[in-house]
Design a protein around this ligand. Structure first.
Ligand code: NZQ
Ligand code: ZN
Length: 386
């Protein structure tokens, strides 16, 4: 088992009818009364979440900042930072999916940063802020795990860039996870959520065998729960138990638990972010496009773990490693997810080359769990996915 630090200060309040506790949770982190709520394109206003959150905040002076886009944009976040600086905001409450929460992490940290916070994301290493305003979240889309981790991904469309940030100050102080929100999600977003959670687990599992038996079994437990729950929650998102299982899987898949003491990959995500930046493909869909090809290209590296995954998770009996790859792709497709780039954008001939060049320029020459995935291999993976 590898050495590890395990740190997660986010309090999770899980279940229905809990939002009246938001105000008391905020009060644990600030004596101030000025709260900024951040949200996206307005789904929270049509599905009742906004009204319930506002009812809890009646003792506070609430300012609103809406319009954080899917794949939150730097320019938009900078407007929120200005609002915070002009209004002496004490606490920020993100109400939405991964994009709103990620945007809020950038906003809360950026508001305390002297200089242009984009510079932090452009560093070659250590893209972490050192300070942040306190913030909490009300999650409306189970997918990214952003509600219980310190990472965020921010886009700049004019540069066709999508960059990550993190740091210990960027954990939410608390997150409210009410599975009833799943009932209002479009099927496309539920499919995305299942896929993202599945891939977060695979990124930290599908590497090479370890003696970290608990970690292996927790990952397999999440994968098997998602496989069992996926068709049920797609069929009936208003079923509380199915929604609750999806929501807790998604949080557990990326709250630091799975990474403790094991090797991790993350190359699918790094390549996938480029597909979002270049083609605007939904984050989860980029992963479903890239992962099966990456497993083919890095087959030798991963074959022992692929066998274990095929056997334990999919019940494969013959050709276990290959079968595991095929079953994974079919699983994503069963959710209605297309797994070729050309399904989304046919103007893609240069994409493999652009991604290789970007990785070379950034010095990303050694990705993956063994640090041996080269820009040339990234190019090949993308070519196979066209
Ligand atoms: O903007 P609104 O109106 O809220 O609509 C959103 C948006 O259009 C809608 N939605 C959310 N909750 C809803 C709802 N519609 C109806 N009912 C509800 N209850 O869903 C759409 C997509 O939302 P978004 O937040 O973009 O989706 P998701 O949660 O999948 O987040 C994706 C973003 O998270 C990043 C991705 O790169 C992407 O930018 N990620 C963040 C990670 C992290 N912080 O740890 C890790 C991930 O790997 C990922 O990279
Ligand atoms: Zn992801």
């Amino acid at each position: 088992m590898n050495n590890f630090d395990y740190y997660n200060p986010t309090k999770v309040v899980f279940g229905k009818d809990t939002y009246e506790r938001i105000a008391s949770e905020i009060a644990l982190h600030t004596k101030g009364k000025n709260v900024l709520i951040t949200y996206g394109g307005g789904s929270i206003k049509s599905n009742g979440v906004y009204d319930k959150v506002m009812a809890s905040l009646k003792e506070y002076n609430v300012l609103e900042f809406g319009g954080i886009e899917p794949n939150p944009q730097y320019e938009t976040c900078m407007k929120a930072i200005k609002l915070i600086q002009e209004n002496e905001i004490d606490f920020v409450l993100a109400v939405g999916g991964g994009s709103v929460i990620d945007g809020t992490k950038f906003i809360a940290a950026g508001a305390t940063y002297a200089g242009d916070p984009w510079d932090v994301l452009m560093r070659k290493e250590g893209c972490a802020f050192t300070d942040s305003l306190p913030f909490g979240t009300v999650l409306t889309l189970p997918a990214t795990g952003s509600e219980m981790n310190s990472g965020a991904v921010i886009s700049r469309d004019e540069l066709k860039e999508k960059r990550t940030m993190g740091g210990p100050q960027s954990f939410p102080k608390f997150s409210f996870l009410d599975p009833t929100v799943v009932a209002t999600l479009p099927k496309r977003q539920i499919a995305n959520g299942i896929t993202d959670a599945f891939m977060h687990t695979l990124e930290q599992y599908l590497t090479y065998p370890t003696e970290n038996k608990l970690q292996e079994r927790i990952a397999e437990g999440i994968l098997m729960t998602l496989i069992e729950t996926a068709p049920k929650v797609m069929e009936d998102p208003s079923n509380y138990e199915h929604a609750a299982n999806l929501m807790w899987c998604a949080t557990m898949a990326l709250n630091g638990t799975l990474r403790a003491g094991v090797a991790y990959d993350w190359a699918t995500h790094m390549i996938g972010h480029e597909l979002t930046a270049l083609h605007g493909i939904d984050h989860a869909r980029t992963l479903a496009i890239i992962a099966p090809r990456l497993y083919e290209v890095k087959f030798e590296n991963k074959k022992e773990k692929l066998v274990q995954y095929g056997e334990r998770v999919w019940g494969a009996t013959d050709n276990k490693a290959q079968d595991a790859i095929v079953k994974t792709k079919l699983f994503f497709e069963s959710l209605g997810i297309d797994t070729n780039i050309s399904d989304y954008d046919t103007n893609n001939a240069d994409t493999p080359k652009i991604i290789r060049q970007r990785f070379e320029e950034r010095g990303w020459t050694a990705l993956g769990e063994r640090g041996d995935l080269t820009p040339k291999e990234a190019e090949r993976i993308v070519e196979m996915a066209l």
